[in-house]
Design a protein around this ligand. Structure first.
Ligand code: C5P
Length: 209
């Protein structure tokens, strides 16, 4: 029986991580946050003191990445996110990570993959595609509130600038830019609770199962 894949894409801080985890848990599916594969590759480069602008070096690190045990806690640092979005423009890095993500997507009985290009590039045949978004103001506010809750120093204006810069890089790159797949269901969570977004997503999944 082929695996059932749910593809979830959207910009940073749209709520797709929380949503993806809940959906995976609810259906008993495996979950892969593909942003972590870019972050882990970036962290390995930073830790080894390797350059972030050498595609062959970054590709080698991406090819050796182990998908088990990726931990958002360890990879959450801002510098890691910035470095991740820099190496994510490199086609050789994307090729290596997409290959690993596709293997993960075949796990039985089903999988939830979230990221930027799941519905468009990684799993274009996925029976369910969701594009989760929210206004840049709302996303910056959520990111800011998280940072404050963690006890980090943060100021809203610079978080807002970061969100916009990250969007521009993710949507503007030549290879696999962030955009909704033609057949994706759009879910704007600007004015939605997590619970409401979860229920809306469930309705879409149940109709396809
Ligand atoms: O989602 P997260 O912020 O952890 O992702 C970090 C960076 O990795 C993103 O800004 C994006 O540039 C990149 N990414 C990507 N494709 C994915 C997931 C993440 O290019 N499928």
């Amino acid at each position: 029986k082929p695996s059932f894949t749910i593809a979830i894409d959207g910009p940073a801080a749209a709520g797709k991580g929380t949503l993806s985890r809940r959906i995976a848990e609810d259906y008993g599916f495996h979950h892969l946050d593909t942003g972590l594969t870019y972050r882990a590759t970036a962290k390995a480069l930073l830790d080894a003191g390797l350059p972030l602008d050498d595609e062959a070096v970054a590709e080698r690190v991406a090819l050796s990445l182990d998908l088990s045990g990726l931990d958002r806690e360890v990879l959450s640092r801002h510098e890691i996110g910035e470095a991740a979005s820099k190496i994510a423009v490199m086609p050789a890095v994307r090729r290596a990570l997409v290959e690993a993500q596709r293997r993960f997507a075949m796990k039985s009985p089903g999988t939830v993959l979230d990221g930027r290009d799941i519905g468009t590039v990684v799993c274009p045949q996925a029976p369910v595609k969701l594009y989760v978004t929210a206004s840049s103001e709302v996303r910056a506010r959520r990111r800011y509130d998280e940072m404050i809750a963690r006890g980090d120093a943060a100021d809203y204006a610079s978080v807002f600038e970061d969100v916009k810069r990250r969007d521009a890089r993710d949507m503007g790159r030549a290879d696999s830019p962030l955009k909704p797949a033609a057949d994706a269901h759009l879910l704007d969570t600007s004015e939605m609770s997590i619970e409401a977004a979860f229920q809306a997503a469930k309705t879409v999944v149940d109709a396809a199962l």
